[in-house]
Design a protein around this ligand. Structure first.
Ligand SMILES: Nc1ncnc2c1ncn2[C@@H]1O[C@H](COP(=O)(O)OP(=O)(O)OP(=O)(O)O)[C@@H](O)[C@H]1O
Length: 305
């Protein structure tokens, strides 16, 4: 099976800065992949090469088997892009913006008209078709951008921080749309985000740091691979006394933001043992699994030092 995206030993420089430093990555069709990483990690640069906006310094990028450096025009037929900054023409209507895109991708008039009607309906924008973009809310304008990106029926949608500045309900609606598109059309989605909880929607998370892939895997794999973050969180009548008792019993117990945390690899297996070690009354005990935040900070801190 041809991967939707294959990146091989990619290096990209901006002047003296090595923005992408030897990245290799393969994304299967229909997968949803999140790119995480601190500012300046190289996410946008990587996305710009995948979308043919920038050329690789060395290495190779293929989109559905098409080498983006050899045949960028053909590669672009497979790719829809939603850029970090809004790129709609503010003084044109929603419909006109879509029309220009359709013409840019060589769609004939009848086909363009039909497809524009279809995406406007699909994204709930039919009643806004004649609205000027500058009259739209940020959330609606984003919807128009996603609709535009999908107009030429690409198989891969690339989004660079698509939800930044959008309110939580608009963000949730966008992710629902993308999941439906994947389910109905097998769309492959690659997106960069700084909202760590948005990485939970992905089949695979790729954490980029200093131009390299620092860690990648499914959200569950990344969390399971994290040692030292899972804990039993205990609330007692006297947490200070309980802390001392747990330490005497040999547990790695600490006070943190959640309260008294007992760190252990499989917390659910230690409930009885922890309860036995504490003589003060226990109010509640709960298992805390590692979060995407734990994975992110463990990865970027370790790599950054
Ligand atoms: N046009 C440019 N000219 C010079 N340096 C650049 C240019 N674009 C990016 N860089 C540098 O390349 C590195 C990677 O930047 P890039 O924008 O790809 O990171 P990013 O992970 O997308 O960051 P952010 O989360 O802030 O968008 C950074 O050191 C950045 O300063």
């Amino acid at each position: 099976m041809i991967p939707a995206i294959r990146v091989t030993d990619l290096v990209v420089r901006h002047g003296d800065t090595v923005a992408v430093n030897g990245v290799s990555l393969s994304v299967g069709p229909g997968r949803i992949v999140a790119l995480l990483g601190p500012n300046g990690a190289g996410k946008s640069t990587l996305l710009s090469v995948v979308t043919t906006a920038a050329a690789p310094g060395s290495g190779r990028v293929e989109v559905f088997g098409v080498d983006t450096a050899v045949d960028p025009v053909r590669a672009r037929t497979h790719i829809g892009v939603v850029f970090q900054e809004q790129t709609l023409d503010q003084d044109l209507s929603v419909e006109r913006n879509l029309w220009f895109h359709a013409r840019l991708f060589g769609m004939g008039r009848p086909a363009a008209r039909e497809r524009i009607d279809e995406v406007l309906r699909q994204f709930g924008l039919a009643d806004r078709r004649r609205s000027l973009v500058r009259e739209l809310s940020g959330g609606l304008a984003r919807r128009v951008e996603v609709a535009r990106a999908l107009l030429h029926r690409p198989r891969l949608l690339v989004l660079d921080e698509p939800t930044s500045g959008l309110d939580p309900s608009v963000r949730r609606a966008l992710w629902n749309d993308l999941r439906v598109l994947r389910a109905d059309h097998g769309l492959t989605v690659l997106y960069a985000t700084h909202y760590l909880q948005e990485a939970e929607f992905a089949d695979e998370v790729v954490i980029v740091h200093s131009g390299r892939i620092a860690r990648n895997g499914s959200p569950a794999e990344l969390k399971a691979g994290l040692t030292g973050a899972a804990a039993l969180v205990v609330a007692t009548e006297d947490d200070d006394a309980a802390l001392g008792q747990l330490r005497v019993a040999g547990f790695d117990a600490r006070m943190d933001a959640a309260g008294l945390a007992v760190f252990c690899a499989r917390p659910e297996r230690h409930v009885a043992e922890v309860a036995r070690a504490i003589t003060v009354p226990v109010r509640t005990m709960s298992v805390r699994e590692p979060s995407m935040d734990d994975v992110y900070f463990a990865t970027t801190d370790v790599v950054g030092t």
